[in-house]
Design a protein around this ligand. Structure first.
Ligand SMILES: [Zn+2]
Length: 179
């Protein structure tokens, strides 16, 4: 009868020995992940600050340019409207029985066409200027690449030349024309 009891106690001892090894491995990896965050934001805030500074020092000029763009847009609209009206009132090639009447009709027509030429040129200049504003190279002299002064932009918003280059150009033209 004593044989049975000793057999069960040895079985219990074996079981508890195998349980102990599996713990204590999981704690190591937690600390490593914390350090890799938050290094990226420093450079981008620096850039933003620089941009903001530039904006505040240029704001008067920027405001003027914005205003000029609005003016040019409305000027363009009214020019287009005018052009449409001129087009609809333009005398066609009508054959007048009297030669005199035909001559005056032709001079009228030439006059209107010439007017429209000037409008077309102005329209082209306005559109180029709007494009330059959108491309952010408005207000820079095409000739010497210096900044064109605010006062000149106010007076001649469509200009692409600074006052010095414009003066020189006009002098050259005068010399070329012989006067
Ligand atoms: Zn210039």
């Amino acid at each position: 009868m004593a044989k049975k009891t000793t057999a069960t106690t040895t079985r219990k001892a074996k079981k508890s020995a195998t349980k102990k090894t599996a713990k204590s491995k999981t704690k190591l990896s937690a600390k490593a992940t914390v350090k890799t965050k938050k290094k990226t934001s420093a450079t981008s805030t620096k850039k933003k600050a620089a941009a903001a500074k530039k904006k505040t020092t240029m704001s008067r000029r920027d405001k003027l340019i914005h205003q000029i763009k609005q003016d040019l847009l409305s000027q363009r609209d009214s020019l287009l409207k005018e052009a449409e009206e001129t087009l609809s009132t333009l005398p066609g090639d009508i054959n007048f029985p009297d030669m005199g009447d035909q001559a005056t009709a032709e001079t009228d027509r030439n006059f209107i066409l010439r007017l429209r030429d000037r409008e077309r040129m102005l329209l082209k200049k306005i559109e180029e200027t709007i494009l330059r504003i959108d491309n952010k190279d408005y207000g820079i002299c095409e000739e010497c690449e210096n900044e064109i002064g605010i006062k000149r932009l106010e007076a001649r918003p469509v200009t692409a030349l600074c006052i010095d280059c414009k003066t020189r150009e006009e002098e050259d033209e005068r010399i070329a024309e012989g006067g």
